[in-house]
Design a protein. Structure first.
Length: 457
């Protein structure tokens, strides 16, 4: 038994088609307008949509657009009394499965429905296989035999089957999203969507709409209603990367969703129920940000029901040979390069490098070395590390050597920070967003530091 959405503004025709479909043991939901059809798609995703091309408040192409946004694997059949080559080309380009001319043959309609349902089942199976292949590939990238990685993998296995909210902490480039995906793939909601959002990369004025959605006319440019990522992730996992950068006003709204599972779109007065597991990640010390007043304490405890820490690469250098072999293999497959290996000198050079960019930096270095190498064995000359780390170190060492033998550490640190803040603000013409980018911190962090300097001066 399949669920079919039938969209037509003629009640008599809907009744006829419904009887034909029920003879095939299908469940049929009816919509007499475009608005009703889009509302039905928000409540439930059907196995097939059959729509008339001409509706009182829109067209079948609008229904098709709504179906594509909801689930691209759902086939759409068009009914049209004015079927033309132009309509057929346009509908097929947008993803329609077939067009049936009115008046139609009942048996022909049933046959078209069977073909469309079979096509939809094939599309869903293809998506499932691709997702499964992606899960296997992502799982393989969580490599390591070190104690820190073993502890992390054990913790993932323990928390994944639960519905606990997880807070992943770790430096940039350690693989926090891989950990979040591993939790999702091993959870009861693995068949649902995995939706990721980098909170630091989204402008503050758009973040609320991105998370919670908006209604038509809610703000300038909102020409149609749009579900947020919470609704998109319904039945699955929402990964909030760099959650520590979320503005205070949105922190309160996120806390509300975590407490009652209801989202309120921008410009709406009614809430929508969502079932979403939230996994958050940050490279910040959120406990410190709570003490500084930059992050809500109640939200922190809601997110950190089960905290996980991803160790930096420098703490698990015994995993380096395993990671190198993995990235060499991926580079050969993805970039169409010959299979290569590392010489002893190259591995020794990598082992002496602190990897400030962690596993992400290692992967980039391996890919670049594979391109630069002229033979099957990659030598140390293809890794400009060790020495590349030293110019910054030499600059810092020179500054330290210029200091007197006895110093007041807090004053030195505050002075260095103040000088860097002044320089960044001067270089950016006083634009705090640009100054924050130059310093590698968030705008809220910069605002807090500037405010603190003013108060202390």
């Amino acid at each position: 038994m399949k669920q079919i959405l039938l969209v037509d503004d003629e009640a008599n025709l809907r009744r006829l088609v419904r009887l034909l479909l029920e003879e095939e043991s299908h469940r049929v939901a009816e919509a007499g307008s475009l608005v009703e059809a889009l509302g039905s798609l928000e409540r439930e995703i059907p196995d097939l949509v059959i729509t008339d091309q001409k509706l009182g408040d829109g067209e079948g192409l609008d229904v098709l657009d709504g179906v594509r946004r909801a689930d691209e694997t759902v086939p759409v059949l068009f009914l049209s009394a004015f079927a033309s080559v132009t309509l057929a080309v346009q509908a097929m380009r947008q993803g329609a499965f077939d067009i049936i001319s009115k008046p139609f043959d009942p048996e022909g309609l049933k046959a078209a429905v069977r073909r469309a349902l079979a096509h939809g089942a094939l599309m869903r199976e293809n998506r499932r296989l691709k997702d499964e292949a992606g899960r296997v590939d992502r799982g393989r990238e969580l490599l390591g035999l070190s104690q820190g990685m073993n502890q992390l993998l054990d913790a993932i296995e323990r928390v994944a089957p639960t519905q606990a909210t997880v807070l992943i902490s770790g430096e940039t480039g350690t693989g926090k999203e891989l950990v979040a995906r591993a939790i999702h793939d091993r959870s009861a909601c693995s068949g649902g969507p995995f939706v990721a959002l980098n909170c630091a990369a989204m402008p503050e004025n758009l973040l609320e709409s991105e998370l919670f959605g908006h209604e038509k006319g809610a703000f300038t440019g909102a020409d149609r209603a749009r579900p947020g990522l919470f609704e998109t992730a319904h039945g699955g996992t929402l990964f909030l990367d760099e959650a520590g950068e979320m503005p205070p006003a949105l922190q309160a709204k996120l806390l509300r969703v975590l407490m009652d599972g209801q989202v309120l779109r921008v410009g709406s007065r009614s809430t929508r129920k969502v079932e979403v597991r939230v996994v958050a990640a940050t490279h910040r010390n959120l406990e410190e940000r709570v003490r500084e007043g930059l992050f809500r304490e109640d939200l922190y405890y809601r997110l950190a029901v089960f905290p996980l820490r991803v160790p930096p690469l420098r703490e698990r250098m015994e995993d380096l040979p395993l990671l190198v072999a993995h990235f060499l293999s991926k580079a050969a497959q993805e970039m169409g390069l010959p299979n290569r290996s590392l010489g002893e000198g190259a591995l020794a050079r990598l082992s002496a490098y602190p990897f400030p960019g962690n596993v992400r930096e290692l992967r980039n270095l391996i890919e670049r070395a594979c391109i630069l190498a002229t033979g099957e064995v990659i030598g140390s000359e293809n890794f400009p590390v060790g020495g590349s780390w030293s110019p910054k170190a030499r600059g810092i060492e020179a500054y330290v050597e210029s200091l007197p033998p006895t110093v007041d550490l807090p004053i030195v640190i505050a002075g260095l920070e103040g000088a860097l803040l002044d320089r960044a603000l001067a270089q950016s013409g006083g634009v705090q967003a640009e100054a924050a980018r130059r310093l590698g911190i968030s705008r809220s962090d910069l605002h807090y530091k500037v405010k603190r300097r003013v108060q202390e001066s």
